[in-house]
Design a protein around this ligand. Structure first.
Ligand code: ADP
Length: 463
């Protein structure tokens, strides 16, 4: 600014002198000002020529430093978010573990009582046991839904898609929702196009999607109503629709029902149970498969229609996905043989003992920590080891590894039992040397069948 003003002054002065024609008669003080101004101008030009680059660079350096500071702050926030996300996952895994452990006792013992393995129950007692079992199953479903939502949001669910026959999956869904449908006298009608192509999907996730949609349709239908499952092909996509003539959904609610925990009915006036997580899971699972899902309704009291699409498979359907055969009866296959039960939870220990002794006719040897298990296994080789993974001291994984390393126990089948229920725990257990894995809570029948098949595989392998 100063230089500009000086140059302006010189310019004005020179112009005045030229205009008045008295350059020669100028006062000495004005000549000095001219000289000073000229010197300043030359100095400015010289300095700017030499140091201008530095001045510009200094500006860039300042901007760069500012951006660098911002980037560091962002990286710090990111790191903090990542840490919080990890903490959230750990917290959820821990909470689900802590909830599943007591649920194992509730589910297991109520199932054992329902089997009437230890004496006959009166019809009233049977009814109450059924109610306990159903309640525990609902709690378990809720825990699974909470874990699923959090894993889906964090992008931690991986699909194992394969070519499937939708008809088989729909049959399986039918068996899951039958009890609820019968209780409300709701008829489920299935109308699938005759030339339905195989669909490319993860079987258990596709079943989860359908169980949620059909379960909702049953829940929100008026008693005695009808729920329809329809499917057809549209170019490279297969569409599936679940329709009901029930309570319907107001137009302005159609966008919100997909949010986790959102329910149209106000919490205090709700007539229908549920956590509000089902549709959030459905949407994320369908999108993970590369499909889209949408809800339609003509309004309250006018029914609803939920439609989703999935990619058509390019290979023939995998028939091994069909698991609707009735389960085999449980035989006393252990016939007096020893099973080592490694479990630190008293109630679960006793449940496992009941499975080994009362259902499979074996003999259970109990221990509640890893070192003791290794010692007992070395003393007398068991026919099978039931191994909890979360043990105090030596972990279940380490116990499995050591059993495999020791020639005396390397051939003993090991079934890992865990309340962690994440796929990585299952993988790591198998990797450590376990032959099978069962997640808590399990029913006595499930565990008994798994033990029988593991022993059978072992016997076939030994022959
Ligand atoms: P939940 O069924 O456990 O409440 P969802 O996420 O499955 O949770 O559904 C969210 C909400 O969407 C439900 O509470 C209900 O208000 C509405 N909704 C879902 N399906 C239907 C349906 N078939 N008919 C009417 N309303 C439905």
């Amino acid at each position: 600014m100063v230089f500009c003003l000086v140059f302006l002054a010189i310019g004005v002065r020179a112009a005045v002198r030229v205009w008045t024609g008295n350059v020669a008669t100028a006062e000495p003080v004005l000549v000095v000002v001219d000289w000073l101004a000229a010197a300043a101008a030359v100095a400015f030009l010289t300095l700017h020529g030499r140091y201008g680059v530095l001045i510009d660079n200094a500006e860039m350096v300042r901007e760069y430093a500012e951006k660098d500071r911002e980037a560091r702050a962002l990286a710090q926030v990111n790191e903090e978010l990542r840490r919080l996300d990890e903490l959230k996952s750990e917290f959820l895994a821990m909470v689900s573990h802590e909830l599943r452990t007591p649920l194992t006792a509730i589910v297991g013992y109520s199932r054992l009582l329902l089997r009437q393995a230890h004496g006959t129950l009166t019809p009233k007692q049977l009814e109450h046991q059924e109610a306990i079992f159903r309640g525990a199953q609902r709690l378990n479903d809720l825990i699974n839904d909470l874990l699923d939502v959090s894993r889906l949001e964090a992008g931690r669910i991986e699909l194992t898609p394969r070519a499937l026959n939708l008809r088989h999956i729909v049959e399986q869904v039918g068996t899951v929702v039958t009890a609820a449908a019968q209780a409300r006298r709701i008829h489920i009608r299935t109308v699938l196009a005759a030339d339905l192509p195989p669909v490319q999907a993860d079987p258990s996730r596709l079943q989860q999607i359908l169980v949620n949609l059909v379960g909702n349709a049953v829940k929100f239908s008026t008693p005695g109503g009808e729920v329809r499952i329809l499917a057809g092909r549209q170019r490279e996509q297969l569409w599936v629709a679940v329709e009901d003539d029930g309570v319907g959904i107001a137009k302005d609610e159609l966008g919100r029902i997909w949010d986790p925990f959102y329910q149209v009915e106000a919490p205090m006036r709700r007539r229908h149970g549920g956590s509000g997580l089902g549709l959030a899971i459905v949407r994320r699972l369908v999108e993970l498969h590369g499909g889209i899902v949408r809800a339609e309704s003509e309004g309250e009291g006018r029914g609803s229609r939920f439609t989703f699409t999935l990619p058509v498979a390019t290979t023939p359907a995998d028939t091994s996905a069909r698991t609707t055969e009735p389960p085999l009866p449980i035989e006393p296959v252990l016939a007096g043989r020893d099973v080592l039960v490694v479990e630190d939870e008293r109630a679960t220990q006793e449940l496992m003992r009941a499975v080994v002794e009362d259902l499979l006719g074996g003999h259970a040897r109990m221990c509640d920590h890893g070192e003791h298990c290794l010692q007992l296994a070395r003393e007398r080789t068991p026919a099978l080891v039931l191994l909890d993974l979360m043990l105090p001291g030596l972990s279940g994984w380490e116990v499995a590894r050591r059993l495999r390393q020791d020639p005396r126990t390397s051939g003993v089948p090991i079934i890992a039992v865990s309340a962690l229920a994440r796929s990585q725990e299952r993988e790591s257990a198998l990797h450590a040397g376990c032959d099978a894995y069962v997640a808590k809570p399990f029913t006595p029948d499930e565990l008994a069948r798994l033990m029988a098949t593991t022993l059978e595989t072992q016997d076939v392998g030994a022959r």
